[in-house]
Ligand binder design. Structure first.
Ligand code: AVJ
Length: 324
């Protein structure tokens, strides 16, 4: 088994505690109130998200997996790499599809998982070590949004950012993120593979974020449980109802938590007290949806050229391969 000292740590010791405090002070002090979606994923949040990926209404995970099953060989043939570096560690079942294709296509020698969560990194290493005993597996605890410059640079690499999580970034943060990846990847040094959920009818999008069984509602409310647990807050979690909205203008899904009655909430660990009016909404996530030409333009603006774009048979979810 692996111990945490198998992980290369680039995060300052109290990184998570400090960034949670900073995000909560900023987010609950803004109008409307907001929280960043990265705080969903404590143990319970991660388990709820795994359940979401299995829901009939939630098509993205199945669609991305189908796109990889259909096209991983073409993608690997277009981008041979010695190193696959996955942002957001690949404990998911998709990574082996990409690793198999890259190993068959050429000189794959190393897999680097990058995540802020030690437990996610250890899970990925455990799983992939079984499957790929000959592969050099590295686990790096880093904040890929701000620490790309610290990540391994050697050899020809493919940087993969799958799952559609690029959609959690607002446009400006997405621009900066793509630029920071470009700063890590010079001409001839490798490629970038990004999974994006595509724009489609709200009648398909909304149920994916508001399933009939209420799993997404529980996932959404879970961020308040994280604040109660980590900051000693006293949110009455069940007094918030889940709301999912398709923002037509921005072409993104928004998840909100709506206060069903007036509330006064104390967060002692950050010395904050906030009030919610009855009906007041707290935004907990955006999930941006993309158009092929729009995403290609965003990549071009960050200094990337699109090598190819592949989707599942129904065209619901895309994998875009780009190079500097
Ligand atoms: C993991 C961020 C890609 O945006 O679809 C699932 C998270 N939110 N259901 C997404 C999520 C609500 C998911 N990502």
């Amino acid at each position: 088994a692996f111990t945490p000292d198998d992980i290369t740590h680039y995060l300052p010791p109290d990184f998570l505690a400090k960034s949670l405090r900073r995000d909560v002070l900023a987010g609950l002090g803004s109008a409307p109130k907001t929280l960043p979606p990265k705080w969903f994923y404590d143990q319970r949040g991660s388990e709820l998200f795994e359940r979401i990926t299995l829901l009939q209404e939630y098509y993205p995970t199945r669609a991305e997996r189908e796109a990889l099953e259909l096209h991983a060989a073409e993608i690997a043939a277009a981008a041979p790499a010695e190193t696959l570096m996955e942002l957001g560690s690949g404990s998911s079942r998709k990574t082996p599809l990409l690793l198999d294709a890259l190993a068959a296509a050429g000189p794959l020698r190393r897999y680097v998982a990058v995540d802020v969560s030690d437990s996610a990194l250890l899970a990925a290493r455990e799983e992939l070590t079984e499957l790929y005993p000959a592969l050099d597996l590295q686990a790096v605890a880093a904040d890929f949004e701000h620490q790309m410059h610290l990540l391994p640079h050697e050899g020809r690499r493919m940087i993969a950012f799958l799952g559609g999580t690029i959609g959690n970034f607002e446009p400006e943060a997405r621009r900066e993120f793509l630029r920071s990846i470009r700063g890590h990847l010079g001409p001839g040094e490798g490629t970038l593979l990004i999974g994006t959920d595509m724009v489609k009818a709200p009648s398909v999008l909304l149920p994916a974020y508001d399933d009939a069984g209420g799993v997404t509602a529980e996932f959404n409310r879970n961020v308040l449980r994280v604040l109660n647990a980590e900051l000693g807050a006293d949110f009455d979690v069940d007094a918030f109802e889940h709301v999912a909205v398709w923002n037509e203008r921005q072409e993104w899904v928004e998840m909100w938590l709506r206060a069903t009655r007036p509330m006064h909430v104390r967060l002692p660990a950050v010395g904050l007290e906030v009030d919610f009016a009855a009906g007041e909404d707290l935004r907990t996530e955006i999930s941006a949806k993309f158009r092929p030409e729009g995403f290609a333009a965003e990549l071009a603006e960050a200094g990337f050229a699109v090598v190819g774009q592949w989707t599942d048979a129904a065209g619901r979810f895309a994998l875009t391969l780009a190079e500097p």
